[in-house]
Design a protein around this ligand. Structure first.
Ligand SMILES: [Zn+2]
Length: 609
């Protein structure tokens, strides 16, 4: 049974704002003091018990019960005490995370120089895996073998130019400054200044390895918050590099996702210099995202107990047997629920949340205006990965975080959703084999080999045709110019973005560098004009959806608009630095800067309401 539907005409951006509206944090008005004053104040020291948070707000498996926090230390009275405290807490963090295996995603764009647009992507690469936070930083890859060998070739190329110290992939090194020897014997720490990062007041230190400390030591700057004295940001590289090798520069951010700990969440890397006369052997920008800290280890034994089939409600009226059609529908729903649960348990799908409701509002607008009446409501969920993809299983539409990020407006979101809605309406149901529970019994790192929702070309064509019908009857009919512009921008960048356009579960939006999805709409709208500052055809990655790396919940980013001053500010589909607005556990965050500046791209600060 379907509840009465109504059309919601609010613009997406408005509804995004409303859904994301939260109380502004009131904690940021504390007067600035220097560290010695802070020390004399009656502020709780780092290891004092964390402020009591409501039990319900704590993440499941919050580790403070399982893992002792660092032993209580005196309130620091000198800068030396502060250094001792953050060193101690760094070791505490390493220990606390040692049995975690979060997901690590790195998306890298190699750059070439365009006189008009500045550095632009020339090609791209994508890595996804689980990282064992235990003794060795190690990544277990989700991608298929042929993709792995591509990676090995790529990294082989990297290693020829610059030997990468930590194998196999160097982008997650900087989760810690130094895993084994972060201490006063190996490093000098020099206090620089105080600085607010978001709502969090920090003490800034320069860190240099001592002479003879050995190769590959951290060299750079760290930010230490001034209540618990935990490192919240690391920025720098490793030094000295062994001969013929090279360490990337990185900017590594942590979030206060659980009481007492700041957890590694984002790492931005960038190399390359396009100034006159510079040699650019290797120019790239890369974003590394870490999430899924609270996932189970992912063995088959665990998953046996995680499978839920009891969520399927039998909607057959009492005292009636299921008709063949009803049986078919229950069967399909069972498959759909299995797949959705399995993807959530594997850390690839966000748990149900506010973003889903925004997506469903758009789907609802399409349904109402097209008189679509399905036996079960269409649901929408967020895939947590960056590659641009959508797919559907049963009545659930899945859209990737990366795709939501780059879409310029609600009409283009409606366009990509309409294709999946068309598959559902046309009965192109692929997933029914997943109603067999044995098909859910696989290790997380083989998810992409065990699940797949790709349609045959005939169904793709039919879905596109139907989708355009839906759009033309919908409130978005007058706004299809922006869909056309988005498709043109995607086409312009597609040859350089094959990794971003490589889908892992659904049909790709492009084949061999040519955009195929909704191709009939690509002629719609004005010509793409890269020089036109106010023509926004597509957005940078990371500007719309933020993910809580501990519990995988997705929410919309709250950004304030930032005026663009040149065509180089547009950065469609591009990687930008991270600049999360930091907040302490249990507090909410204020709007962050827009991603359309080089200095701000994401607002993933934890919100645990
Ligand atoms: Zn399709």
């Amino acid at each position: 049974m379907r509840t009465t539907k109504w059309m919601v005409t609010a613009a997406l951006l408005a509804s995004l704002g409303a859904a994301a509206q939260q109380e502004a944090n009131s904690n940021s008005s504390a007067p600035v003091r220097d560290a010695s004053q802070a020390a004399q104040a009656s502020q709780p020291a780092a290891s004092a018990p964390a402020p009591a948070a409501p039990a319900a707000a704590q993440p499941v498996n919050a580790p403070q019960a399982a893992t002792a926090q660092p032993p209580a230390a005196a309130v620091p009275t000198t800068m030396d005490d502060v250094v001792n405290l953050f060193i101690q807490h760094e070791h505490g963090l390493i220990k606390m995370l040692a049995n975690r295996t979060p997901i690590v995603e790195t998306y890298l764009q190699n750059l070439s120089f365009d006189p008009q647009l500045g550095p632009v992507p020339a090609e791209d690469h994508y890595f996804l895996g689980r990282m064992d936070m235990g003794e060795n930083v190690d990544r277990k890859d989700y991608l298929r073998d042929e993709e792995k060998s591509m990676q090995q070739r790529l990294m082989g190329g990297f290693q020829k130019l610059y030997k990468v110290q930590y194998q196999p992939l160097g982008f997650s090194w900087m989760v810690y400054a130094d895993r084994t020897d972060f201490d006063r014997n190996h490093y000098d720490f020099k206090y620089v200044r105080r600085e607010f990062v978001g709502d969090v007041r920090c003490l800034v230190f320069d860190v240099t390895p001592k002479k003879d400390a050995g190769r590959g030591r951290f060299l750079g700057r760290i930010w230490v918050e001034d209540q618990g004295f935990n490192i919240v940001r690391l920025n720098g590289t490793y030094y000295p590099a062994p001969r013929n090798s090279y360490f990337f520069h990185m900017d590594s951010w942590r979030l206060n996702l659980i009481p007492g700990y700041w957890v590694p969440s984002f790492i931005y890397s960038e190399e390359g210099d396009f100034s006159a006369g510079a040699k650019n052997k290797l120019a790239f920008k890369a974003q590394t995202r870490i999430w899924g800290y609270d996932l189970k280890k992912g063995g088959k034994d665990n998953e046996l107990t995680q499978i839920r089939v009891d969520s399927v409600t039998d909607e057959t009226p009492a005292n009636q047997d299921a008709s063949p059609l009803q049986a078919e529908r229950v069967w399909q729903q069972q498959a759909e629920d299995n797949v959705v649960d399995r993807l959530v348990n594997g850390g690839l799908l966000a748990p149900e949340g506010d973003v889903d409701r925004i997506l469903q509002t758009v789907v609802n607008n399409l349904e109402v205006t097209n008189n679509i009446d399905l036996p079960r409501p269409v649901r929408a969920r967020v895939l947590l990965t960056s590659p641009l993809e959508t797919f559907s299983v049963g009545n659930t539409i899945v859209i990737s975080r990366g795709l939501i990020d780059v879409l310029p407006d609600e009409a283009s979101l409606a366009a990509v959703l309409s294709h999946e809605l068309a598959h559902i309406v046309l009965g192109h149901n692929l997933g029914s084999k997943y109603a067999f529970n044995d098909r859910m019994l696989f290790n997380d790192d083989t998810t992409y080999q065990n699940l797949g929702f790709r349609h045959i070309p005939e169904e793709e064509e039919a879905a596109d045709k139907k989708a355009i019908e839906f759009l033309k009857n919908s409130p978005y009919a007058q706004k299809l110019d922006s869909v056309g512009l988005f498709l043109k921008a995607l086409q312009q960048r597609a040859p350089a973005l094959s990794a971003l356009l490589t889908t892992h579960l659904g049909n790709p939006l492009a084949a061999n560098g040519t955009v195929t999805r909704l191709a009939a709409l690509a002629t719609q709208g004005p010509a793409l004009d890269n020089a036109k500052v106010d023509q926004i055809a597509a957005l940078p990655l990371g500007g719309r959806v933020k993910v809580n790396p501990w519990d995988d919940k997705a929410e919309m980013v709250k950004t304030a608009p930032v005026a663009m001053t040149s065509a180089r500010d547009k950065m469609p589909f591009e990687v930008t630095p991270f600049f999360p607005r930091l907040a302490r556990y249990g507090t909410t965050t204020a709007p962050a800067a827009s991603p359309n500046t080089a200095a701000a791209s994401n607002n993933p600060a934890a919100s645990n309401n």
